[in-house]
Ligand binder design. Structure first.
Ligand SMILES: [Mg+2]
Length: 300
């Protein structure tokens, strides 16, 4: 069982994804592993390539790439055959890399990635599905999802953090403060009213400060936070409270844990799934009955 699958988008970062994949593959060969570099899009993977069990799967890319590769591997192989996953962050959104404390430096990244595969120190992370899409990090319903949808509409190439400025302004201007209703494990925790909701597994969030402050990625539960939002002023207020880590104490805010979440709305409210557009409400989220293994750096 010496196969190591290396997934990369060949055009990401002007070819940086491809160069990184080749460097890691060369180092893996030197270590007597059998690297297989896969440049195909995750939704077009050929099951015939995955006949043998692998020692590890390296995913080079952002959170969106990681999500699609994990989703495809679970679908093609079944969860029990998914090998330990090594995250090699690239691009703008790398919350999973941050969560796993992965800091492979660019200079000797291949060295460290192969060393981590050989050491095989793993953590088992919760996985969930949102409207049939597997996700690892967080689903958002409301203004943050509207920004993600807006960015997807206007983007024309690689993005960086400044790419969010215009979409954020447009999304805030167009946002209508729609009403949502949130049900967790068959209990209505937020009756129909203006608000935004976050459901996920990790505290890390794109703003740099946590929204799901108590989330643990291995506790077998999802964290759910619903913020009542009726105006632009309330978005700013919640943002400032979240910056101080105090939003969960604010009036009307719901923070619970659970396994099955349903979010309904009177109109279609945008959804983001691990930072990518995820359609609109209604939204059904279920924690899945298995974990996925992730390789973390060996202890120093
Ligand atoms: Mg959890």
């Amino acid at each position: 069982m010496n196969e190591v699958w290396i997934f990369a988008n060949p055009i990401a970062g002007r070819g940086k994804g491809e160069r990184l994949a080749k460097r890691i593959a060369a180092r893996a060969s030197e270590a007597n592993l059998n690297p297989i570099v896969i440049f195909d899009r995750a939704d077009t993977l050929d099951a015939a390539r995955f006949k043998h069990d692998a020692r590890a799967a390296v995913v080079i890319g952002g959170d969106g790439t990681l999500r699609t590769v994990c989703d495809a591997l679970v679908t093609i192989l079944g969860p029990e055959r998914v090998p330990p996953i090594v995250v090699v962050p690239m691009g703008t959104a790398n919350l999973m890399g941050r969560h796993l404390d992965v800091d492979w430096r660019d200079k000797n990244v291949e060295e460290r990635v192969v060393a981590a595969i050989l050491a095989n120190r793993t953590v088992q992370l919760d996985v969930a599905k949102a409207n049939e899409k597997l996700f690892l990090l967080m689903v958002g319903v409301g203004i943050d999802a509207q920004i993600v949808h807006e960015l997807d509409r206007v983007r024309s190439g690689p993005i960086d953090l400044t790419s969010y400025i215009l979409p954020a302004a447009l999304a805030l201007q167009a946002y209508q403060y729609p009403s949502i209703e949130v049900t967790v494990d068959d209990r209505t925790v937020f009756p129909m009213g203006p608000g935004m909701a976050f459901v996920g597994n990790v505290p890390e969030y794109g703003t740099g400060f946590p929204v799901l402050t108590q989330a643990r990625s291995d506790d077998g539960l999802l964290d759910i936070c619903v913020l009542p939002i009726r105006s632009y002023q309330e978005i700013l207020k919640m943002g400032l409270l979240a910056l101080a880590g105090e939003h969960t104490e604010a009036e009307g805010v719901v923070y619970v844990k659970g396994k099955h979440v349903r979010i309904d709305a009177l109109e279609q409210v945008p959804v983001q799934i691990d930072g990518d557009p995820g359609g609109h409400t209604p939204l059904v989220i279920d924690l899945l009955p298995f974990h996925l293994p992730f390789i973390v750096p060996p202890k120093a």
